[in-house]
Write a protein that binds this ligand. Sequence first.
Ligand SMILES: *Cc1c(COP(=O)(O)O)cnc(C)c1O
Length: 805
Amino acid sequence: MSRPLSDQERRKQISIRGIVGAENVAELKRGFNRHLHFTLVKDRNVATPRDYYQALAHAVRDHLVGRWLRTQQYYYEKDPKRIYYLSLEFYMGRTLQNTMINLGLQNACDEAIYQLGLDMEELEEIEEDAGLGNGGLGRLAACFLDSMATLGLAAYGYGIRYEYGIFNQKIRDGWQVEEADDWLRHGNPWEKARPEYMLPVHFYGRVEHTAAGAKWVDTQVVLALPYDTPVPGYMNNTVNTMRLWSARAPNDFNLRDFNVGDYIQAVLDRNLAENISRVLYPNDNGWLKTAEQPLSSGHCRDVLGVFQAARSAWMGIVAIQLNDTHPAMAIPELMRIFVDIEKLPWNKAWDITKQTFAYTNHTVLPEALERWPVDLVEKLLPRHLQIIYEINQRHLDVSEGGTKRINMAHLCIVGSHAVNGVAKIHSEIVKTQVFKDFAALEPEKFQNKTNGITPRRWLLLCNPGLAELIAEKIGEDYVRDLSQLTKLHEFVDDDLFIREVAKVKQENKVKFALYLEKEYKVKINPSSMFDVHVKRIHEYKRQLMNCLHIVTMYNRKPPRAPRGPAAPGYHMAKMIIKLINTVAQVVNNDPVVGSKLKVIFLENYRVSLAEKVIPATDLSEQISTAGTEASGTGNMKFMLNGALTIGTMDGANVEMAEEAGEENLFIFGMRVEDVTELDREGYNAQEYYNRLPELKQAIDQIKSGFFSPDEPDLFKDVVNMLFHHDRFKVFADYEAYVKCQEKVSELYLNSKAWTKMVIRNIAAAGKFSSDRTIKEYARDIWHVEPSDLKIPPPNESLYLYHCPI
Ligand SMILES: *Cc1c(COP(=O)(O)O)cnc(C)c1O
């Protein structure tokens, strides 16, 4: 009999992050040195850590190339239905580690880098995040790409290659300061420019109507240059493509009336065209994007390229999913191509268009529903406006008032065969309230597709300790089939497993505390509860309610259990950030509080920071006003990583409670019906203030300058908002929130009971894999089968050039 394996030996046998293999390691080391020499043109005397990161990135990339070519060849041969996911945001974060994991190379790379005397974590930290998104919507697109590749769908992500992604946030004296995100400064080893596939996109001009149909003439052309990035599936040899477009001025731009004096100015003016893809607009749930929008016609032109290449019947060849209304212009663009260029009759073109498009709604907040001014569209895309008018007359018939505007959601609804919300409760609100007139006409169109997250990035990559512990207990298959997490229910009473789960959390907390100490020079006690509220600052997400609770805890000193909360980050948003930092300053320096309560504002929240903070979190804050958060995906990441949720019955929280049992979450506050009822009665903030002494105390302190003695009026706008125009009713949920937090503190003191609840949550998190979400889109909207067919491994003889003689 062999002796039982030690913990370490057992973990070594787990291959969810790949087999080490001496051959793999040797090949990776050779690749690393070859790229350091030939690609980076450096030797060890002058190479910087960034060179080492780049050398490793190229060595790993080499393992993608054969699979990428092979996958695309395979799609050409088998001609499966193509899925185009159109999104103005792909919030990808870093690529190196995700690529190593999905190719099964992580362990081999760790070993190779170790043998080379370098530090893998240090190299990984050098990579800039691809911050081409604002928050949840953009990150969803990124998770979907991973799942589509893992499920073997012939899918393409189409978007914009912003030269500057979401701004870098700096906190100076408690205030937010924005810095440009020059993420491409050091080059991007993961993209391949494809100038040979450049396409013209037309703007402005006028429409001539002739016997042969409409002609759009005298246009200005901007070129759309595609950059392709590989998207590997998890250990299945599939590598899909994310194609991001960059705007380029044609060489004759503004030079048609060439004369010597204007030449220099004309060259300088090329920037006007190229600004289209310069910068991501940093507004969440409230886009008005005039500059980059026209490139969505670039999307559509390219999709059409696929139509022509397929040489097949028009129907059912491609599916196009619109990630919110931002790429809505693709609808009139496809109609224009069918009617004006392919000369299809209107009704035929309309049928195909509807069968092709599907639309995902992401918000019910009225200010975030896009309405484009008609005069702008008339100038920029005159033919598209005529087509929209035609659609309006035949299919929309919506009345107009004031400045004429196009309701982009209405356009998307009529132009699509499927419309979905992103969580059960949200889809119900979409169908019965926001778009009820459309749902009455075509009820079958309206669906739900509850969001999900990829377990590769949001568990294997960010929390290897927990991922491997789970694999030890239930095997490795759960990575591809997250529903298997239910097997963990068997271990809820297993004392050893409970201790191991708690130990992994503790290790993650120690590691994060060290990171905070190193990066921000703040010390937190790793045995305190990490109570985390990370998401974009928005009134509906109610960071202010959390802040009031912090003030209340502070006033109650001493708090019941030690805590170290954290929060990330326009006028109100900036004031909220300043308030949190101001309160933190007082709380953190009060000797009576000591280390019992620390408030830390996490600067520059982004994908790579989420990967660090989420695995270290004990308590996840999901406290939006019921009926305002469409789904949330942060909530799911925390659940999967062993945090407990304090939250309202909003978005996907409702389904998390359904899966885990309401008793395993800390649910509090108004339900949607209560909010509706309160709106009917009339919400009166003053009543709560008069009735609740601790709320009154906290507000009075903020209002009177207790936290900001040098500037006592600093927060008057915030307080005024809370009393007189708080659409999100912070005071109405304050009491229930504080009471619920007391329950949290009490349970936290019982470490074993806490961890058992954590295990019940992890065991119930299977539904929230984006693999499940994508399977539902594939079955109900795109009508394609996920293929278990493994693409064969790359074979050099298939692509190497052979001399014919
Ligand atoms: C998941 C994620 C989000 C979305 O978080 P919510 O809590 O659902 O709003 C936003 N930003 C980043 C960086 C994320 O990873």
